[in-house]
Design a protein around this ligand. Structure first.
Ligand code: NAI
Length: 462
């Protein structure tokens, strides 16, 4: 059989394996699942398509899914986030992976398509941002005769549409067959979860989905403490700029915004925040950040970071007003938070991979990171292993839940039960020397819980 992977350089596998070995020591949740389920193999028979940043941490996730009995094929969910040595190690280990750092948009959708091509067809999706789910559902609608994206609004839409057409021509009926075979999806991130709830509202979600993002041990850790480490890491690796004393603006103060503001503050920057939600604005103010309008600070700040999951947050009129050499980047899932498309007819000078200097009409230049795609994965290596272990332990539990109990679920979007959330946290305590106090029976009765937990009601917000 011809080689069933696309990676930059398979010779990087040995380096990848060494980093994987180190990551395993920092991913106690995933390793505990291997110990707990390695013999019973609850994922036997599952053929999982993964569409999630192909990093070292994801490699540990993939090998955990395989250890639990799954067949896996993988693509990255972002054109800049792949760590080529991680992809090489996975390919060398025999799991088909299709991901290269710096792949084109056309390749992105082609690789996603390749990750669906199990000899017997895929039956599960593990998604980050919703691209794999979108691909199958849009394709099935196209096969049903719908004009899915009549006029593509972006390069992204053009690329997905072209790939759907190609697959329809190659294998008529493939999308519908694949959609009907999928038992369910587990979704990693805020933006993908928005897409799922939206699909469900429109009656277009045909299978159950587990919202991994809203496990407490995901969004209140990865989105927050992960970005706290990886945002400044990305800016530093890209620019080597001195952050202490600089004025940084963080757009959005949700979980990612909170981590990002803390990251910049930790580096000594003077941080300002923009928000649309009065609750998050009040939180930012009471955490000590000045809450401002972007328009009022756009000419004086040095660093701008979008964290909103929304579109058109930093617009062309803002970038025109920025000081010379202002740094502009995004850590939200998609690249439309900054109006990068409107910069296309400006003069671009590439400094190095994923760092561009763009000249504005005034003569001022801005430094744009990762062409507006998430900079912590484009310019650095994403979140550290320990926090990703918590996220990915939820992912594996979600895959087991859907694969083994899928029939108990109707199509819709679900969250893992709180006892599993608490289990994920518990699995990460020993590694960092946390000693947990045990409730006495009378104390448990007094606050209305059991000694083993769950310790909080569903409405508790952490
Ligand atoms: P969130 O919903 O908690 O926070 C987003 C915040 O942005 C909200 O508070 C909202 O009110 C605010 N916002 C929306 N439009 C705005 C505007 N025009 N101006 C200012 N503020 C605005 O979402 P979360 O979990 O913080 O995720 C944000 C994005 O980051 C999503 O796209 C998510 O998928 C992505 N993400 C990226 C990660 C990474 O490693 N790069 C990790 C986790 C999530």
């Amino acid at each position: 059989m011809s080689q069933d992977y696309v990676v930059k350089d398979i010779g990087l596998a040995e380096f990848g394996r060494k980093e994987l070995d180190i990551a395993e020591t920092e991913m106690p949740g995933l390793m505990a699942l291997r110990a707990e389920y390695g013999d019973s193999k609850p994922l036997a028979g599952a053929r999982i398509v993964g569409s999630l940043h192909m990093t070292i941490q994801t490699a540990v996730l993939i090998e955990t899914l395989v250890a639990l009995g799954a067949d896996v094929r993988w693509a990255s969910c972002n054109i800049f986030s792949t760590q080529d040595h991680a992809a090489a190690a996975i390919a060398a280990g025999g799991t088909p992976v299709f991901a290269i750092k710096g792949q084109t948009l056309e390749e992105h959708w082609d690789y996603l398509d390749k990750s669906f091509q199990f000899p017997d067809g895929a039956n599960m999706i593990l998604d980050d941002g919703g691209d794999a789910t979108l691909y199958v559902l849009l394709g099935a609608r196209a096969e049903a005769g719908e004009d899915i994206i009549a006029v593509p609004q972006s390069e992204e839409e053009e690329a997905i549409k072209a790939q759907i057409k190609k697959r329809m021509a190659q294998s008529p009926g493939w999308f519908t067959k694949t959609r009907d075979a999928i038992k369910g999806v587990s979704e990693e991130t805020t933006t993908g979860v928005h897409r799922l709830y939206d699909l469900h509202k429109k009656g277009q979600l045909p299978f159950p989905a587990i919202n991994v993002n809203d496990s407490v041990t995901k969004s209140k850790f990865d989105n927050k403490y992960g970005c706290k480490e990886s945002l400044v890491d990305g800016i530093r690796r890209a620019t080597d700029t001195m952050l202490a004393g600089k004025v940084a603006v963080v757009c959005g103060y949700g979980d990612v915004g909170k981590g990002s503001a803390a990251s910049l503050q930790g580096a000594g920057a003077r941080v300002k925040v923009t928000e649309v939600d009065p609750i998050c604005a009040l939180q930012a103010a009471m955490d000590g950040f000045e809450v401002v309008l972007l328009e009022d600070v756009v000419g004086s700040a040095d660093v701008f970071v979008t964290t909103t999951g929304n579109k058109d947050v930093i617009r062309i009129e803002h970038m025109r007003e920025m000081k010379d050499m202002a740094i502009v980047g995004n850590i939200g899932h998609f690249d439309n938070e900054i109006q990068v498309a409107s910069l296309k007819n400006h003069k671009w000078t590439n400094i190095k991979e994923q760092v561009d200097m763009i000249e504005m009409p005034s003569g001022n230049r801005i430094i744009l990171l990762s062409e507006g795609r998430l900079l912590n994965l484009g310019n650095a290596t994403g979140h550290p292993s320990f926090v990703m272990s918590a996220s990915f332990t939820n992912q594996v539990l979600a895959q087991i839940e859907i694969w083994t109990k899928g029939e108990e679920y109707q199509p819709g979007v679900f969250i893992l039960p709180k006892h599993l959330d608490e289990k994920v946290a518990r699995l990460h305590l020993k590694r960092i020397g946390v000693k947990l106090t045990e409730l006495k029976k009378e104390q448990a009765d007094y606050i209305g819980v059991t000694v083993e937990g769950p310790f909080k009601p569903e409405h508790y917000r952490y």
